[in-house]
Design a protein. Structure first.
Length: 71
């Protein structure tokens, strides 16, 4: 299993993947908003989204786990 982590602190603006869906390497999982900028957080491996750990509107810190991907 692989963890998708936040690269910086911000609010979860939009979730672009669903639990149970297939995702490819480089595909966006969520989009964070920080200081009026939108920052896409992408999967670094292909697989299936096993669990989303955040909801839209949640605040995350750098390094927080956003999703779990199962190969």
């Amino acid at each position: 299993m692989f963890e998708v982590k936040a690269s910086m602190a911000g609010s979860v603006w939009k979730i672009t993947a669903e639990e149970g869906s297939k995702i490819n390497d480089g595909e966006d999982v969520v989009i964070l908003e920080s200081m009026k900028m939108e920052i896409p957080i992408s999967a670094e491996t292909s697989g299936t989204i096993k669990e989303l750990k955040v909801s839209e509107g949640d605040f995350v810190n750098e390094g927080d786990v956003i999703a779990i991907i199962e190969a």
